[in-house]
Ligand binder design. Structure first.
Ligand SMILES: *[C@@H]1O[C@H](CO)[C@@H](O)[C@H](O)[C@H]1NC(C)=O
Ligand SMILES: *[C@@H]1O[C@H](CO)[C@@H](O)[C@H](O)[C@H]1NC(C)=O
Length: 416
């Protein structure tokens, strides 16, 4: 009942003085209840579901603050327990298979809450990624990494976070030192207290993990800008094309399907609302028609003016088809307010992943469900004939050897 209808009820009664007094108190009480519950709802923190709807527009009544300023939060990431039985030589990559059955493919941000323990995922491909990154940093220099002066404190905070988290989570490979971190497998040490740093902080951070890294900062116009990054193994995009850009420009310049219609508003709201306490993850996937993790040369040489799927060769043999997926995490650093974007790429031959139950059938269905815009973005025309024929064949073989389609839900669940 709102205050208006309550007042209406009051007016329709012919009151005595005493009754008026009682009703007045009730009226004031009702008004208070309405006000308090409005406040409560506006705070947006009342219901904390296990999987919050992260793409809802920001609730009204958020504490006003000046865009581009950040009041340091005293939030501290919970200590991470060691990854169970982790070993740099034997721990296999997590087999993300983040595709769903058709008939319809939905373009969404697809964010899930991230467990703090799982911020950075490392596995037995670490040494290969590490060597690839080292080579890229040497060969391509500041085309693939950099830190804008205004982003320096955020980048150093990222380093500090990694120097805390990695020794907690992967103690068989990392040790915290008084001035930073030591990698006991590669024998590197990193001094993050000296000034100037021996190396760009994003390049340093990139040597510690398998992920590509980017930092976004809010400026006084309320927009988020990519102002620091080490993008070394991204396959399809170059940091030098995106550095300094606004969030929306990054996506529109990359022709991300339905960005304006479906994603832009949700993403902006999401960035503005992102608190240090609530990190998120998402997964995506691509098909690549060459075996190069660092840069997919099928879409053109890395230094070409314009790179595009239109230059790729069509209908290559199935051995050239690779499944590329990314596990991305987003969190806000408490001291500087920088938003850290981690992009961990997983890369496997299609001919390997089809051995897994349900995977060829589900992947074929997913690819068929892409709309025209998504198909163009993912270069489908160049590989669909060869790939779909192959996946259908592998699916048929699985069904013939007794695959129980009904059982899939018991065996696999998104994003695996
Ligand atoms: C790191 O140092 C240890 C001990 O000195 C040595 O056995 C190992 O080969 C070194 N590893 C690398 C990658 O250099
Ligand atoms: C790290 O840098 C600081 C500041 O320059 C210096 O005092 C310290 O000796 C360095 N530590 C190591 C282990 O190199």
């Amino acid at each position: 009942m709102t205050t208006e209808t309550l007042r209406g009820t009051l007016l329709s009664i012919a009151p005595t003085k005493e009754v008026v007094g009682v009703f007045l108190i009730l009226n004031i009480f009702a008004w208070l209840v309405v006000r308090v519950s409005q406040r409560w709802m506006a705070s947006g923190q009342t219901t904390r579901a296990a999987t919050p709807d992260l793409e809802k527009p920001a609730s009204r009544g958020k504490v006003a603050r000046v865009p581009g300023t950040w009041l340091a939060s005293d939030f501290k990431r919970p200590t991470a327990p060691p990854y169970p039985d982790w070993d740099v030589h034997t721990s296999k990559p997590i087999p993300y298979r983040p595709f769903r059955y058709g008939p319809k493919y939905f373009v969404t941000l697809g964010l899930r809450s991230m467990k703090w323990n799982e911020w950075i995922e490392l596995d037995n491909h670490y040494l290969k990624y590490h060597a690839d990154k080292k080579k890229r940093l040497e060969e391509r220099g500041d085309k693939c990494y950099g830190t804008a002066p205004e982003a320096m404190n955020g980048a150093i905070e990222l380093l500090e976070e990694l120097c805390e988290y990695l020794p907690e989570r992967y103690p068989t490979m990392f040790q915290k030192t008084p001035t930073g971190i030591a990698n006991t497998v590669t024998n590197e040490t990193f001094n993050i207290t000296q000034r100037p740093l021996a190396e760009d902080p994003m390049a340093m951070a990139a040597r510690l993990v398998q992920d590509d890294l980017a930092l976004m900062f809010e400026r006084a116009d309320g927009e988020y800008y990519l102002l620091a990054g080490a993008i070394l193994l991204a396959g399809f995009w170059r940091l030098s094309d995106k550095f300094g850009m606004r969030l929306s420009e990054i996506h529109t310049s990359g022709d991300v399907p339905q960005y304006r219609e479906k994603l832009e508003k949700g993403m902006m709201n999401f960035f503005r609302r992102l608190t240090p306490e609530e990190p998120v993850v998402r997964n995506n996937y691509f098909i690549q028609v060459d075996d190069s993790l660092a840069w997919s040369h099928s879409i053109g040489p890395e230094d070409a003016e314009l790179v595009s799927w239109s230059t790729a060769e069509k209908n290559k043999a199935i051995e050239n088809h690779f499944f590329r997926s990314e596990r991305q995490s987003l969190r806000r650093l408490p001291k500087t307010g920088a938003v850290v974007f981690t992009i961990r790429t997983y890369f496997e031959p299609i001919t390997d992943i089809v051995k897994e139950p349900f995977v060829p059938g589900r992947l074929a269905s997913a690819i068929r469900s892409w709309g025209d815009d998504v198909s163009r973005y993912k270069g489908k025309e160049k590989y669909e004939e060869v790939l779909l024929e192959y996946l259908d064949q592998k699916h048929k073989e699985q069904v013939e050897s007794g695959l129980d389609i009904e059982k899939e839900e018991d065996v696999r669940s998104y994003p695996l």
